[in-house]
Design a protein around this ligand. Structure first.
Ligand SMILES: *[C@@H]1O[C@H](CO)[C@@H](O)[C@H](O)[C@H]1NC(C)=O
Ligand SMILES: *[C@@H]1O[C@H](CO)[C@@H](O)[C@H](O)[C@H]1NC(C)=O
Ligand SMILES: *[C@@H]1O[C@H](CO)[C@@H](O)[C@H](O)[C@H]1NC(C)=O
Ligand SMILES: *[C@@H]1O[C@H](CO)[C@@H](O)[C@H](O)[C@H]1NC(C)=O
Length: 329
């Protein structure tokens, strides 16, 4: 590990010649994927790769002019969509593939946004809810750029959910989904730990994207390195249950499993407020909303209060999502 860091710094000081598409980046500063100044967020495996919508990395760069990313063989073919934001501006989709991809520069996100600024923050995240795996090998910056430590924002939100939080079917995936937008609105760091099909009561296989069940390099689950959970979340938001309900998990079992989950979360996040969202349910054209586990979320929260944990809050989302919200036409 130590020797890697030394190698990285040697490489960082080296000027490389490389061809990116049609653009010859005659001199680039190469940042290796294990450079401690790359601020990873969310769920990454050791390759390092991720297919978790919303997971990504951040860079704080002095004198940024161009940035490309070099992606490895685990990257989804033909492409994966990532969202990129400069200086906390809104996110733009860029489709990336194995090999070199322009991210910032004349043929990608225009640098004009950062002109006149001495330092810039680049945020990049996997956007899709499927076919969305990226495998980061290195980042290339203009040779006169300098990588600085990334200073996280003060607020940090941890969202736990399923397809209803992962941006399934949205054109820009999770970047248009409510957890991500909430994080942006509050100017917070945000991690979205959500996958379509995710349930609390099933085994690990069903907590993974179905597209990756058989990626044996992970043995059906992504090792979750909590050391990377930096900064630690200041708030935890959970919206889950739809897939447990779909699998006919009983009220009693759901309450038990959810309660155990909260107890385990407390080991990681000992004092953070936890917001237990009731489901928005399934709205119908006639205005009615079909619900599941009605009353059970209250029981879960009351049990935590009885156990002396007052920092668990029920959020009644009834009526937040209506038929018109889902089918605006
Ligand atoms: C990215 O690729 C998807 C799928 O091919 C396509 O629908 C979308 O328009 C592309 N987006 C951009 C910004 O290139
Ligand atoms: C994969 O996970 C299963 C279930 O946790 C375990 O029994 C098995 O030993 C694991 N296989 C490898 C290669 O790690
Ligand atoms: C759940 O129960 C319903 C009604 O009894 C049944 O139609 C459905 O097949 C069950 N689903 C599962 C996944 O067991
Ligand atoms: C949630 O809000 C709805 C609508 O206002 C109400 O009917 C319901 O009783 C509330 N549930 C709880 C647990 O407060």
């Amino acid at each position: 590990m130590k020797s890697w860091i030394i190698v990285t710094h040697v490489l960082m000081a080296t000027v490389f010649h490389s061809v990116v598409g049609d653009t010859v980046m005659s001199s680039s500063l190469v940042i290796q994927n294990d450079d401690p100044l790359v601020h990873f967020h969310g769920r990454w495996d050791e390759s390092p790769g991720t297919w978790w919508a919303g997971s990504g990395f951040k860079l704080h760069v002095q004198n940024l002019k161009t940035m490309s990313i070099n992606l490895g063989p685990h990257t989804t073919a033909p492409l994966a969509s990532v969202g990129v934001s400069l200086d906390y501006d809104s996110f733009t989709t860029i489709n990336v593939s194995q090999g070199l991809n322009n991210i910032v520069g004349p043929t990608a996100l225009n640098i004009e946004q950062t002109e006149g600024k001495s330092t810039s923050v680049v945020r990049l995240n996997v956007e899709g809810w499927q076919n969305n795996r990226i495998n980061l090998e290195s980042v290339l910056l203009n040779s006169d750029a300098k990588l600085l430590p990334y200073t996280p924002l003060k607020l940090a939100f941890q969202f736990v959910g399923d397809s209803l939080s992962a941006g399934q079917f949205l054109p820009e995936g999770v970047d248009q989904a409510w957890p991500f937008l909430t994080g942006e609105r509050f100017r917070a760091e945000h991690n979205v730990n959500a996958q379509p099909g995710a349930a609390l009561t099933t085994d690990t296989e069903q907590t993974e994207d179905t597209g990756y069940f058989y990626t044996t390099d992970h043995n059906f689950t992504t090792p979750w390195d909590f050391q990377r959970d930096q900064p630690p979340p200041t708030h935890v938001v959970i919206h889950i249950g739809a897939n447990d309900a779909a699998q006919n998990v009983s009220d009693t079992e759901f309450v038990q499993v959810y309660t155990n989950f909260l107890i385990r979360l407390r080991n990681l996040y000992p004092h953070q407020p936890v917001f237990v969202f009731t489901p928005w349910g399934w709205p119908s054209a006639d205005g009615s909303i079909s619900q599941y586990y009605q009353g059970q979320y209250q029981i879960i929260v009351e049990q935590r209060h009885k156990a002396g944990d007052e920092q668990v809050f029920l959020v009644n989302t009834t009526g937040w999502v209506t038929w018109e919200d889902v089918f605006p036409e």
